[in-house]
Write a protein that binds this ligand. Structure first.
Ligand code: ATP
Length: 313
């Protein structure tokens, strides 16, 4: 599909296939085109060109058939602040055609599932960000959707609320739903998605399982944490010599990371440090993180700092 807004090519030839019953993650920085893809799939905006089918239906010609079977939660809450959580859900159930009795029953079920029973009678404007997000997701699940779009469902949430949302997503998939999730958080895609497409400038620049993406960087990573910052220069020099690659220093200057071609190299490098009396608080050897994958694929980190750099320039 392609979609432009004036001169801006928001989606520039994206070709994706998502299997039923899976969680598919669209991962990319601010402005990559994720929301435009979701809005097109959810039949809110038409593509400029391309063939886009959702649950077997064409998004332009058969939008109605799709709308009855999908749920969508956007980045901004769509619930009414001046109503209670319960009244929001009853209202939306009635709009979906439920009788009063059925609307109340469905509301009760959703309040329980989403942990909102205690707060059910309070006005939504008194809710925390996490509660609002849960109510928002609940309101898009009044009729259990076959396909759920979650557009950055945890942006701005604290770690506890993020975990709660992740559990809800796992619950939906357990019940057979397909989930298309957009996120800027690499760990979120890693935690939830069966497959991930990395989007940058409206194009898919990589596509695979989280493990495949991490492997695609081509090597594994050794990470050590020193006990004494005074030994950092020696440790850095020894690792550079032993591994023959660049060694990166973490923000707190106690952590060193380097790409490693084979596990034996990492073992030898660690033995070298130990032999030289360099104390390690921690060490780990494993696949690259998705952050490192993004950096390797795009040449810039996934936190949107590229956009800021471009603006500054
Ligand atoms: P974010 O995480 O910031 O929402 P995103 O990956 O979802 O980013 P989109 O919102 O799809 O990205 O935006 C893709 C590009 O299209 C951006 O350059 C954005 O400025 C532009 N864009 C999006 N919507 C519009 C619009 N209605 N009019 C003009 N330009 C738009």
């Amino acid at each position: 599909m392609r979609k432009s807004y004036g001169e801006v090519r928001a989606v520039d030839g994206v070709d994706l296939r998502v299997s039923a019953g899976s969680v598919f993650g669209l991962l990319g920085p601010n402005g990559a085109g994720k929301t435009t893809i979701v809005r097109t799939l959810a039949t809110l905006i038409p593509p400029d060109s391309g063939e886009v089918r959702v649950l077997g239906h064409d998004v332009v010609r058969e939008a109605r058939a799709i709308r009855d079977r999908i749920g969508l939660t956007g980045q901004y809450s769509s619930v009414d602040e001046e109503l209670s959580g319960r009244d929001n859900l009853v209202l939306l159930s009635r709009l979906r055609g439920f009788s009063w009795g059925a609307a109340r029953r469905r509301t009760g079920e959703l309040l329980a599932t989403f942990g909102l029973e205690e707060a059910a009678s309070r006005l939504v404007r008194t809710y925390s960000g996490g509660m609002r997000r849960r109510l928002d997701i609940a309101s898009s699940m009044i009729v259990t959707p076959d396909l759920m779009f979650l557009d950055e469902p945890t942006t701005g949430l604290d770690p506890h609320s993020r975990n709660q949302v992740w559990e809800l997503v796992r619950g939906m998939v357990g019940e057979g739903a397909t989930v298309l999730l957009t996120t800027q958080y690499l760990d979120e895609a890693d935690q939830l998605a069966d497959r991930i497409a990395v989007i940058d400038h409206g194009q898919v620049i990589a596509d695979g399982t989280p493990v495949e993406l991490k492997r695609s960087v081509g090597s594994s990573v050794l990470r050590v944490r020193l006990r004494d910052a005074g030994q950092r220069d020696t440790a850095e020099r020894m690792l550079t010599e032993a591994l023959g690659t660049a060694v990166h220093t973490g923000a707190d200057r106690l952590e060193l990371t380097a790409q490693v071609a084979a596990e034996e190299e990492a073992t030898l490098a660690l033995a070298g440090l130990s032999g030289a009396g360099i104390g390690l608080a921690e060490y780990a050897f494993g696949h690259a993180t998705l952050d490192q994958v993004f950096l390797a694929l795009t040449g810039h980190p996934a936190d949107g700092s590229r956009a800021e750099t471009e603006e500054a320039a």
